[in-house]
Ligand binder design. Sequence first.
Ligand SMILES: [Zn+2]
Length: 398
Amino acid sequence: MNPESMRSPEPPETDPTGSQEDRTRSGVFLGKFLGIRFYLDYSWFFIVALVIYTLSTFFFPHELSGRDPGVYIAMGVVAALLFFLSILLHELGHSVVSQRCGIPVPSITLLFIGGLAEISREPEDPQTELKIAVAGPAVSLVLVVLYHALAWVCNAAVFPEGVAVFKWLASVNLLLVLFNAIPGYPLDGGRILRALLWMYSGGFRRATFITSRIGVAFSWFLMALGVILIFGGQWGQGLLFLIIGSFLKSAAESGYAQALSKQFLDGVRVRDLMTHDPVCVPAQLPLNLAVDDYFLTNHHVAFPVIDDDRRFRGLLRLDSLKSVPREKWPYVLAGELAQDHDAHLGIPAETSAASALRLLLIPGQGSLGVLDEAERLIGIITRHDLLHFIRIHTELED
Ligand SMILES: [Zn+2]
């Protein structure tokens, strides 16, 4: 199964959050091919072990009886590795077409439920979207034919172990194609439907809205199925359906949020949406006075902290105050606490609003200081500011 759901619509290289994205990408670096970095997510080791175990103890002994356990393990290992190679080739299909269309693909990661091609931005037109979306399943279909042919060759050569392995690979790849054919975003089928809707009727946002609704509905179906399976005693499969369902659901929802932000935040800078000259806490103020003079009098949950020359020191937040015992408040300066917790929560005023939104959607991070070239604080921007801006535009449009 292969919801390569998180093709992040990353902005171009000037984006200050780009490197952060990179740092969060965990996994083993495999190598570089066609300019794409390949990674194995750590979860992959768990899932490959599970696949090998299931194949060599249940599936292959059932298909082909009377072999040594070692033979089944060898079959399981070969089948599992070729299966993951198949997923990699599916992702490579998307990626090569994407690069041909001028959209770079910095990396491909093999995750626990499939591959993830990091396509650096959303296509600008439906034709490109369609080509990229079709390429992955097309590769998988070719693999189905290829594995069937190999099974046939093994059959002719009287090599039943090979027949069993290749038949399994053919059917698993076919399953991959069928799963991805479901027309819910962010599955390939959803992207294909989105491209068609986008092409033949109303804009990108409407098309994303419809297909992400289908994606969410399908994810609920998967999760319900998972619960039914668990109650039926098949907890392993049930759990898998639950995990895949919840993964799809959040990907479908965030896909729509990204479509909105693409439509309305395009070309908008943080400078355009920030609150100018916010109330600031001086860095030299002890916490007890900061609480009395700022938190209790202005009703905000976070204040920017600045030096004498308006240099930004970080955000002083209500929740970080709680980490300091109350009796120590007179001895801790606002600047020290802000620097400890939020040293990096300032962004340049020229940052795109879309990348600010991505930072602000990180849980627990509701506001950011806005800085000029000399790192002096000139404003503040909150999650609420951006979501409000998007909401107003959405309602004006409908
Ligand atoms: Zn795909």
